[in-house]
Design a protein around this ligand. Structure first.
Ligand SMILES: Cc1cc2nc3c(=O)[nH]c(=O)nc-3n(C[C@H](O)[C@H](O)[C@H](O)COP(=O)(O)OP(=O)(O)OC[C@H]3O[C@@H](n4cnc5c(N)ncnc54)[C@H](O)[C@@H]3O)c2cc1C
Length: 382
């Protein structure tokens, strides 16, 4: 593919955030958009994630983003002309003590006020939704039937193909090595293959976004956190048709349409391990949790385990918006839920850049909120 020395917009990062942003910018009529990715598309967190999608959040902003993303996901096959593998089995949230139950109940009240029809359910109903669930020690359950999961590879490639049809150029194996800034205004990017001059640059580098920001002299309080995940051999459907999740229990578990069960948990000690090692400890602990909650899984084999990076912020909510360097934007810090928010994140940033009023006012996601001490911590995170 012929190299481009100039562009109207350069996007750094070929994960779901960068690709969806490219798509929505093109859809807004912007031209000459170039996306650069240091490796392959989906080679970062996106291709390593659990790909759960939910609207059951604890902060108003995440609820608004979550339900808007669900609205988009539900019509995405038609819009992009390719299947994204959406499966809506719902998210079943499990509380293990009174305090957690109260937090989730308050979350449900907030969600309901924003049009998200989550509800409190009994153990009996939880077992109807998730047959064979063994959770006698649980304090209570909450459920939202529109939640679910999609295929991260299908979704990203569907966005990419649609973006390319609208003229977006994508350079893989192209590492951004510098941000060109003059008089505090962004002027382009330096890469290992050459410089691209551009009046707008968007940092969508996921868990590496803080390093890109630094290239322009910007400090963001993000960090990468290694999370492990595993998948079993396929078994008959119906073992865990919903996403079973607990924040204090520290797990998420879901059966894929082809029968494999995918599950993960948060690591101890927030490891900033960019080598993305996997551990025996995770395999053992996760397997124990799986069999305790779903005794029918006893004896099934683990097919694969791997790691990926969460792109964390101090309040577990993203950073979207312009920086102190004019026309240098961030869309990052999705703190373990960037796959599900990508459709709406790409769309609202593109609307803003096209001079429109975004569907959701994202001004509170400005990174300077941390310095101002204005962040509200999201509680619903594994
Ligand atoms: C184990 C695990 C489970 C998860 N489960 C879920 C889930 O159930 N639901 C959910 O919504 N989210 C989940 N996530 C989070 C989700 O994967 C991320 O939030 C999302 O993929 C972020 O997308 P992104 O495009 O910002 O980042 P990425 O997919 O990481 O893309 C960023 C890209 O930037 C590139 N890049 C970095 N530096 C440079 C450079 N210098 N030059 C050029 N390119 C560069 C990287 O190579 C990378 O491909 C999970 C994550 C993990 C690790």
């Amino acid at each position: 593919m012929e190299w481009k020395n100039t562009a109207d917009v350069v996007i750094i990062g070929g994960g779901i955030i960068g690709v969806s942003t490219a798509y929505y910018l093109a859809k807004e009529g912007m031209e000459n958009i170039v996306l650069i990715e240091k490796g392959t598309i989906c080679g970062g967190s996106t291709g390593r994630c659990g790909a759960g999608i939910r609207a059951q959040w604890g902060t108003e902003m995440n609820c608004r983003l979550g339900i808007a993303a669900l609205d988009i996901f539900e019509q995405l096959d038609d819009e992009l002309g390719m299947s994204v593998g959406l499966n809506q089995g719902g998210y079943l949230l499990v509380a293990y003590n009174e305090e957690e139950f109260e937090t989730l109940r308050k979350g449900m009240v907030l969600q309901n006020s924003l049009g998200i029809n989550s509800r409190m359910i009994s153990l009996k109903e939880a077992r109807e939704i998730c047959p064979g669930l063994s959770a006698d020690d649980a304090f209570g359950f909450f459920f939202h039937g529109r939640d679910g999961h999609a295929d991260p590879f299908l979704t990203t490639f569907a966005y990419l193909e649609a973006a390319k049809k609208m003229g977006v150029t994508c350079f893989r194996h192209t590492t951004c090595t510098g941000i060109v800034v003059e008089d505090n205004v962004v002027k382009g990017v330096e890469t290992e293959r050459g410089t691209i001059s551009a009046p707008i640059v968007i940092n969508c580098a996921g868990a590496y976004a803080q390093f890109i920001a630094k290239m322009a002299g910007i400090d963001i309080p993000n960090w990468g956190e290694r999370h492990e995940i595993m998948i079993t051999e396929p078994v008959a459907p119906g073992v865990c048709p919903c996403m079973l999740m607990s924040f204090s229990g520290n797990y998420y578990i879901q059966q894929r349409p082809h029968g494999s069960i995918i599950c993960g948990m948060s690591p101890e000690g927030h490891p900033e391990d960019f080598e993305m090692k996997t551990t025996w400890n995770f395999l053992e602990e996760m397997s124990r949790t799986l069999v305790r909650l779903l005794p029918r899984t006893k004896g099934i084999r683990v097919a694969r385990q791997w790691s990926g990076m969460y792109d964390m912020t101090p309040d577990a909510q993203p950073i979207i918006g312009e920086t102190d360097v004019k026309n240098f934007y961030h869309s990052t810090g999705y703190s373990g839920h960037g796959f599900m928010l990508a459709p709406v994140a790409g769309k609202i940033l593109a609307q803003h850049l096209a001079g429109k009023t975004p569907d959701i006012d994202f001004s509170m996601l400005d990174y300077r909120r941390f310095a101002r001490g204005e962040h509200i911590r999201e509680s619903n995170v594994v």
